[in-house]
Every structure is written in structure tokens, then in C-alpha cells.
Design a binder for this molecule. Sequence first.
Ligand code: NDP
Length: 291
Amino acid sequence: MPEKNYRSELVGLFGYPVDENPTVITMEAGFKSLGLDYRYCTMEVKPENLKTAVAALKALGFKGTHLTVPHKVSVIPFLDHISEEAGLIGAVNTVYIKDGETFGVNTDGKGFIQSLEEDKILIEGKRITILGAGGAARAVAVELALKKASRITIINRSRERGKELAEHISSITKAVSEFVLWESAVDTSLNGCPIPADTDILVQTTSVGLYPDPACPNIDYSTVRPPMLVCDIVPNPPETLFIRKARANGCRTLTGLPMLVNQAGISFKFWTGLDAPVEAMREATMREFGV
Ligand code: NDP
């Protein structure tokens, strides 16, 4: 009789709040598809417990964990190593454990780049405009700049965060980066902020439009015109109002779903050593979102 093994490999997600995060669906579809006995645990970790929770990963023999709001930056001092990109981004969204040590990486920006590459979009030399300057914007902006985008314009509601990100990009890469204050995001009675006419790729990284918010960012949509490629990283709903407006103007669009699946696929490889079954993960995620 073959020896039985009742022990599953453990990975998961730390967040607070975390109840509505659907990543478990994406990851477990991947494990099931390859017949791997892995469990993805969605765990509510309060900020004051993060250090203990990271130590518990080692004690419990976890392969690693994802991190979401509010832990992506605050986890860094508790890790043994972080990758160069995660250091440049200043945030970690995936931890893997090797030889008893924790390694922090950031797969958000790489997942976005991969979704552009799947659509055969060249990044080198492109002029990029990014709405937002939060954690996801940092990951996307740093990875685009490392892929030799020529200009990165950051449009953000709060001056401090936006200016800091633009200065950071200019200081660590050759990309020219500039900041534009998004006054119409604060005072919605103002005309929407215009998008620079020579933008090649417009990326919406704010949380506006994330389920259950049906809104779209307050920009001047008459300035969103072909041949701009228009991307929204909000994954749920996959077809945001922002995406629908850009498409109605005739622009080519990219939703947040491929990025979500790709960044999960990169984590999958760190934890299992195997290439992720991305199609199975995509299908399960779309089914969960009802598309
Ligand atoms: P953060 O909280 O770090 O940043 C939020 C950003 O949105 C800030 O720039 C904030 O501006 C801006 N913002 C919020 N409300 C408004 C508003 N009303 N008008 C204009 N700007 C606004 O969040 P994250 O960066 O972690 O996440 C942002 C989005 O990206 C979420 O929707 C998340 O789901 C999505 N995401 C998608 C991923 C994917 O795989 N597809 C991966 C990671 C994130 P300010 O600085 O002024 O506060």
C-alpha cells in the first residue's frame, strides 16, 4: 500500500480587512489544475500582529504568503531579504520561504508588464500617463521605467504622494518623470483633468471604480483618444466604467483581470517551483466575477 501523506503545503494571504479578497479562487484553481496538495489560507492579520504572523510562517512551515492592504510596506523590516525591484518599489506583495529564510518580492508591476507583453505592446520609448500614486501605481511605474519607458507622468490627487513618486522614478531610472496635481479629483465640480495628448499608454491605478463603487475617475474623457492604449488595473468589475468610456472613444483597452492572474501566476512559481497553469487560474477568476 502506498504511503499516505495527510499534510498539505501551506501558502496564503495576510490583509486587514481581507474577507472580500478573491485571490484564493485564483490560486486554488491553479493548485487543483496541477494536482498539487496546496492550501491557500486567507488570513486576517491586524497591523500590530504582522511581525508575529511573519515569524509564524516559518514556525508553521508555510511556503510563503501574499500581502495586501495595509501590510505591503510595513512588512519589509520583518523579512530576511527583499528583491532589488521590491526595494525600488518600496513594497512587497509576495513572500516566499527558502532554507528557512523569508524573501520579499513584488509581483504586481511584473503582472502588469506581462499582460502588456501578452498583447504584444512594446514599452521601450513609450510615454506613459498614470492616474494614482498608491502602492500599485509605484509597482507599475517602477517596472515600466525599468523596461525603458521614456516618460512617466503621474497624475495624483494628493500632491505629496504624487510628487514623491515622480521624483523617485526620475532618480532611479532614465525615464523622465513629472507630476500633475489632480485638482478635479478633490473638487469634482471642476472640469475633469486633461490627459497629455501625446500619451501612448494611460494606466488607471486608483481605487475608483473598484466594486462596489460604480464611479469612474474625474478626467476629461474627450482627451482620451486613439491611438492611446487605455488600461485599468481595477480587477473587479473587469469592465469598469473607465474602460467602457475609453472603448466608446475608440481606444484599445486592457482590463485589470490579466494583471491579477499574471501576478498570482508569478507567486505560484515562487511557491511551487512550477509554471502556473494561467488559463485554469484565469477561467476560475472570471467565473467568480461572473464574466
Ligand atoms: P492605495 O490605497 O495604495 O492607493 C490608492 C490610490 O488611489 C491613491 O493614489 C489615491 O490617491 C487614489 N484615489 C483614491 N480615491 C481617489 C479618488 N476619488 N480620486 C482620485 N484618486 C483617488 O491602493 P493600491 O495602490 O494598493 O490599489 C489601487 C487599486 O489597484 C485598487 O483598485 C486595487 O484593487 C488595484 N490593484 C489591482 C491589482 C491587479 O492585480 N489587477 C494589484 C494591486 C492593486 P491619494 O494618493 O490622493 O490618496
